[in-house]
Design a protein around this ligand. Structure first.
Ligand code: ADP
Ligand code: ADP
Ligand code: ZN
Length: 217
């Protein structure tokens, strides 16, 4: 299964991607996670991406497209993959189509996690992420047992630098302008599915798994 998760920043894409990954054994490809890792390691890529990310802007298309092209060519993507946070522009979506076409593959479903802006801001501001294993928490909705420690691996939890209110506003503006048009782009192709992302994690999971069972048939 080749999947794309769409949705505003903080809608719950990463949370659902991890659930799908565990259930179906296909990798989550999060361009945000890959870029953050490059920034932490201080690689050339990280140096290029850092300023854009901290300002809530998109990293240029050429850069992210190359990361995804490389990642999709790896062996673990053969049985399928979950793109989380990519594509984010029409140009990226077109580049993805070309990459997949060359590989003789196509997207089976684009799942849009739908959550209104006010709610998403609450999700983002209280989001905490594990430095070690990437597990995602929420201080109110999905709190860790110990304030800044990961339940799964004992790693340290941190708040992303771009998850502060000022940057979140800009990320939203960028989402509306550049990413929302992808909804129509994919609707035209009958591979588009909307889920009600305002439900709790279990509720959203049920909707997502229903869609996946449907497309598997
Ligand atoms: P995205 O990958 O779309 O940016 P995340 O999966 O990181 O979103 O989720 C953003 C925040 O919202 C996290 O703190 C996460 O724990 C929380 N969250 C995710 N899904 C839900 C949900 N259905 N209900 C409440 N909180 C959620
Ligand atoms: P969220 O889901 O909360 O918006 P991500 O972790 O997906 O956050 O992305 C964090 C940041 O990484 C984005 O604000 C952007 O700067 C950069 N980024 C991630 N994916 C892309 C992409 N596909 N194109 C351009 N920039 C990206
Ligand atoms: Zn952890």
């Amino acid at each position: 299964m080749n999947l794309v998760l769409l949705g505003a920043p903080g809608a719950g894409k990463g949370t659902q991607a991890k659930i799908i990954m565990e259930k179906y054994g296909i990798p989550q490809i999060s361009t945000g996670d890959m870029l953050r890792e490059a920034v932490t390691k201080g690689t050339e890529l990280g140096k290029k991406a850092r300023e854009y990310m901290n300002q809530g802007k998109l990293v240029p298309d050429e850069i992210v497209v190359e990361i995804v092209r490389e990642r999709l060519s790896q062996k673990d993507c053969e049985k399928g993959f979950i793109l989380d946070g990519f594509p984010r522009t029409i140009a990226q979506a077109e580049a993805l189509d070309r990459i997949l076409e060359k590989m003789g593959k196509k997207i089976n479903a684009v799942i849009n996690v739908n959550v209104p802006e006010e709610e998403v801001i609450k999700r983002i501001v209280y989001r905490r992420t594990c430095k070690k294993c990437g597990a995602i928490y929420h201080l109110l909705y999905n709190p860790p047992k110990k304030e800044s420690t990961c339940d799964k691996c004992g790693g340290e939890l941190y708040q992303r630098e771009d998850d502060r209110e000022e940057t979140v506003k800009e990320r939203f503006r960028v989402y509306r302008k550049n990413t929302e048009p992808l909804i129509d782009y994919y609707k035209k192709r009958r591979i588009f599915f909307d889920v009600d992302g305002t439900k709790d994690v279990e509720g959203v999971k049920r909707e997502v798994l229903n869609i996946l069972e449907k497309i598997k048939r």
